[in-house]
Design a protein around this ligand. Structure first.
Ligand SMILES: NC(=O)c1ccc[n+]([C@@H]2O[C@H](COP(=O)([O-])OP(=O)(O)OC[C@H]3O[C@@H](n4cnc5c(N)ncnc54)[C@H](O)[C@@H]3O)[C@@H](O)[C@H]2O)c1
Length: 413
């Protein structure tokens, strides 16, 4: 498949934008680095998203959230007129692939919400032509791609269906899309071939498998990572209960020992993907996924254990506790499924007061400046190890540092 690389001025055809491809959910965390990667590869991208506020920020050259390295790429893409911004399914380009990157949540009973994808596709179909490739990029419950293929056939549609999962680590998609292989799958040889042609434009390497294999590969990647974090978090809690220094233990484990090279340190394992994807797999495995369930218990339980440990040593009810870092991980501004907020909620039931700060988060009006939180707190907890905290002056206040991150601080555990 030969996509034009020289088109620079998007034109309208029967009220429709003319683009080489459309990305539905193109203004989200997965959508932005992806649409920029295709734009950088010379393609004109229809960035389709319901979030008008995010679209208008992008249109003005600003990013709606932190995506490292994205700003200059966005500036270039806008200058080269590679981006078209649309917010209705009607505006889906009738030619070129349509990639879907919308959120795929689990419900309050921990089951995947398949209806989210179906509703989105139902809205798109009347505006797509029959020969367009539909690429699922969102993380989906195993079997979804084949289900979508037969669903479309039942509707009398001939669209080709592919599943090409996103695997970038949040905040670093620009770099990782350039460096990482893409997993490609299609429900027919034609779908697979078109997906290969599309992702060859941006990826250094492709791995082609069947849709079910691709769906499992994505979920296994994330769940394995989540289990690794659970292993180190559990070891941390065991070492702590024995009064041993886990930092020293990890140093001993890893030093020039190749098999422990990638073993992660302890910390809050949070965010919108790892836990949710482990739940999807557990749901698929009829809730008989002992290892996954154990990982959820450990990672979610870490913050509860931390509060319990504090309460055993201090009269927390008389203390103000300061939480440093409310994003779900370091160097980003995203608070989705952040364990910092779970910790905050638990502490609010037992501490005198809970104060919070974060240098990146802009969506939480209750956040206070760092200096104020340090000054007013009796005890501090490092929740997200933002680099700015590494050498910061905590005024000698006792601090809980699960991560083993702080230097020159009065670390109590
Ligand atoms: N965040 C990550 O780093 C990451 C990494 C790999 C995979 N994933 C997976 O990718 C998917 C998307 O995650 P995300 O973090 O980008 O979510 P997100 O909420 O940041 O982005 C989704 C975007 O889709 C838009 N949207 C929702 N429904 C729409 C519709 N019907 N039409 C047009 N736009 C619509 C939203 O407005 C939003 O901008 C999920 O399945 C997630 O598990 C995420």
């Amino acid at each position: 498949m030969n996509y034009p690389s020289t088109k620079t001025i998007p034109a309208l055809e029967s009220g429709k934008p003319l683009a080489d491809l459309s990305i539905v959910g193109g203004a989200g965390h997965v959508g932005i680095p992806l649409m920029l990667a295709f734009a950088e590869a010379g393609m004109t991208v229809n960035v389709n998203d319901l979030n008008e506020a995010a679209l208008s920020l992008l249109r003005s050259g600003k990013l709606p959230f932190i995506e490292h390295g994205a700003a200059p790429v966005l500036t270039r893409a806008l200058a080269n007129k590679r981006l078209i911004f649309t917010s209705s399914p009607y505006a889906i380009t009738r030619t070129g692939p349509v990639i879907v990157t919308i959120g795929t949540p689990v419900d309050e009973f921990l089951n995947p919400v398949q209806a989210a994808v179906q509703k989105c596709i139902d809205n798109l179909l009347p505006h797509m032509s029959d020969d367009q490739l539909l690429v699922l990029r969102s993380t989906v419950y195993p079997g979804t791609t084949d289900w979508l293929d037969s669903y479309l056939k039942r509707l009398g549609r001939k669209n080709k269906v592919a599943f090409c999962p996103e695997r970038v680590v949040q905040g670093y998609g620009i770099r990782e899309l350039r460096e990482m292989p893409q997993i490609i799958s299609g429900t027919t040889p034609e779908a697979e071939q078109e997906a290969v042609a599309l992702f060859r434009r941006i990826a250094p390497e492709l791995v082609v498998v069947k849709p079910l294999e691709a769906e499992f590969a994505k979920l296994f990647n994330n769940t394995y990572r989540y289990i690794e974090f659970a292993a180190t978090n559990q070891f941390y809690m065991i070492a702590k209960s024995a009064g041993a220094d886990y930092r020293a233990i990890m140093k001993a484990m890893k030093h020039n020992y190749p098999r422990a090279k990638t073993f992660p340190g302890p910390g809050f394992s949070a965010g919108p993907c790892l836990l949710k994807d482990t739940m999807q797999l557990a749901a698929y495995a009829r809730n008989q996924f002992g290892l996954g369930h154990a990982a959820m218990q450990v990672n979610e339980g870490l913050v509860l254990q931390l509060v319990e440990d504090l309460r055993r040593t201090y009269d927390v009810s008389t203390m103000t506790v300061g939480l440093l870092g409310m994003a779900f991980k370091a160097e980003i501004d995203d608070t989705r499924a952040s364990l910092s907020y779970k910790l905050k909620r638990v502490l609010q039931t037992c501490a005198k007061d809970v104060l919070t700060t974060d240098p990146f988060v802009t969506t939480d009006p209750s956040l206070l400046p760092f200096d104020q939180v340090v000054a007013r707190s009796d005890i501090l907890i490092l929740c997200a190890p933002h680099s700015t905290y590494a050498d910061s002056d905590l005024k000698g206040k006792p601090v809980v540092d699960v991560w083993g991150f702080l230097k020159n601080a009065n670390v109590i555990s």
